[in-house]
Write a protein that binds this ligand. Structure first.
Ligand SMILES: [Zn+2]
Length: 480
């Protein structure tokens, strides 16, 4: 006998008493509500339209990682979870980047394919370093894709026969206060050291800025192999260093939460002190510099920098940072759009503009003026308004990179360079990062060859003949 009690619907009101935990399956409105909620949450079940077979979702390749937003010293913003699109295997490694090095066992993903490690551990350092290198390469790959190009960005050594990845060594330089990119070792190596008067070790691989900077050397070396050589003019070397620092800024701006943090920190005033302009904060603090190892928001001019590549690079970096600030202030509309979203968009455009201009510059002996003029030409082709072109032009003129145009000059014509390298000027790389100080970029083999050729010439001039070969030793009787 059916003992269920049928409750008329009209007796159920919104003010009904709380539903008991244990339900009697009576077809009341309350019970139906409960079943619907359970179906939607804990037991979704199959779709009601059973005649349509369920469509399998594509497997979502990609890994979640945990990284420092800047570095351990910038406590205010700390760490962030990030999603790396694509396949990431144990190491971590993928097709283009491989980590796993002395001092750090290969890191395995968890059951979800993620690499979320504990800050301060070697596993975290390996994942952080890999993730920032990967984000940098992806960022520039996307910038190229935005121009309609589908070509990959090669490493220096890549060819039809050699598709080796860039190897990463987060603990590659023990007790070394530096980091470098080496095209001969196909790698990035990061140092760690204990600053004077401190008890805690600083790991350069934990710096978002330093990892992005060194990766940028590798990216640019794949695109412009001659620029890294020490026999290029000072401005060419400085473009490499500037690209490193600008990459750290562009990568920060490619991440929405970092844009929000910059806006909140500066109240949308880009020339206020901000972690965005401070490059390598923890490393800078170790050297007693409160504004980072370098500061992009600077006023250094070409006249002040001379041939010192590190200082010279800051002229170009500073000009692009000023252009970023100008573009942001011109485009922001706080009544209509979120400032962080505008900053993200402005950074995105400027990153592509700088990359395209660098690629358009000559393969050797490139100057700041080559890149500045290419930026102006590309921005004009992109349809940027005259006032936008105006502040690009003006920022480079103020720094002495471009000469002031004549009042009647054709606005589309390339501008003359401002301060130029003296003929035969030699790069002074002493204050640069480890990459610029590696012997491999000084073409020391050429120096040695030249020394040997000079020796040959001297021998010929002095008719020096080789001494007679020594007399052969006397023949001893065979032992019996
Ligand atoms: Zn560098």
């Amino acid at each position: 006998m059916d003992t269920r009690v049928l409750v008329p619907l009209e007796t159920v009101t919104v003010e009904a008493p709380p539903t008991p935990v244990s339900f009697v399956p009576t077809p009341t409105a309350t019970y139906r509500q409960h079943r619907k909620a359970v179906k939607l949450t804990v037991e979704p079940g199959r779709p009601t339209n059973v005649e349509q077979p369920p469509v399998p979702l594509p497997y979502a390749f990609g890994a979640r990682v945990l990284i420092w937003k800047q570095d351990p010293s910038v406590e205010e913003i700390g760490t962030r979870k990030a999603f790396l699109h694509g396949i990431v295997l144990e190491g971590p490694r993928d097709a283009r980047i491989a980590s796993g090095a002395p001092g750090i066992a290969p890191v395995s993903p968890n059951a979800f394919g993620d690499f979320v490690m504990t800050p301060g551990t070697p596993q975290f350092d390996a994942v952080h370093t890999f993730a920032v290198v990967r984000q940098t390469l992806t960022m520039y790959q996307r910038a190229l894709a935005a121009t309609g190009s589908d070509s990959p960005i090669p490493w220096y050594w890549n060819s039809e026969e050699n598709t080796d990845p860039l190897q990463i060594y987060p603990y590659g330089l023990s007790n070394v206060m530096n980091a470098y990119y080496s095209r001969h070792e196909n790698c990035l190596k990061f140092g760690d050291f204990v600053p004077t008067g401190s008890k805690s070790r600083v790991y350069t691989c934990r710096s978002f800025d330093i990892v992005a900077h060194e990766t940028a050397h590798a990216v640019l070396d794949g695109l412009k192999p001659n620029w890294l050589l020490a026999d290029q003019p000072p401005q060419t070397g400085a473009l490499h260093e500037a690209f490193g620092d600008l990459t750290a800024i562009f990568l920060t701006l490619s991440q929405l939460d970092q844009c929000e943090a910059v806006i909140a920190q500066t109240k949308a005033r880009m020339h206020d002190k901000t972690f965005l302009a401070d490059i390598a904060e923890q490393f800078g603090l170790a050297l007693g510099r409160p504004n980072g190892l370098r500061n992009a928001d600077n006023d250094i001019t070409m006249e002040e920098a001379g041939t010192e590549v590190h200082g010279l690079s800051q002229v170009f970096t500073g000009a692009v940072y000023d252009i970023l600030a100008d573009a942001f202030h011109q485009e922001r509309e706080p009544d209509r759009h979120d400032d962080a979203a505008v900053l993200h968009r402005v950074g995105e455009y400027l990153k592509g503009l700088v990359l395209r201009a660098l690629m358009q510059a000559p393969d050797e002996h490139a100057t700041f003026a080559d890149v500045a003029n290419a930026m102006l030409q590309l921005a004009r082709e992109d349809g940027k308004a005259e006032d936008y072109l105006g502040f690009i032009r003006q920022r480079f003129v103020v720094r002495g990179v471009l000469a002031e145009p004549a009042p009647d000059a054709d606005p589309g014509a390339a501008l003359a360079p401002g301060v130029q390298d003296a003929p035969g000027a030699v790069q002074d790389r002493r204050a640069c990062c480890g990459t610029m100080n590696l012997a491999e970029y000084y073409q020391l083999d050429n120096v040695l060859d030249e020394e040997l050729r000079a020796l040959q010439r001297w021998c010929a001039a002095n008719r020096r003949t080789p001494p007679a070969p020594p007399e052969p030793p006397p023949e001893w009787p065979e032992p019996v």
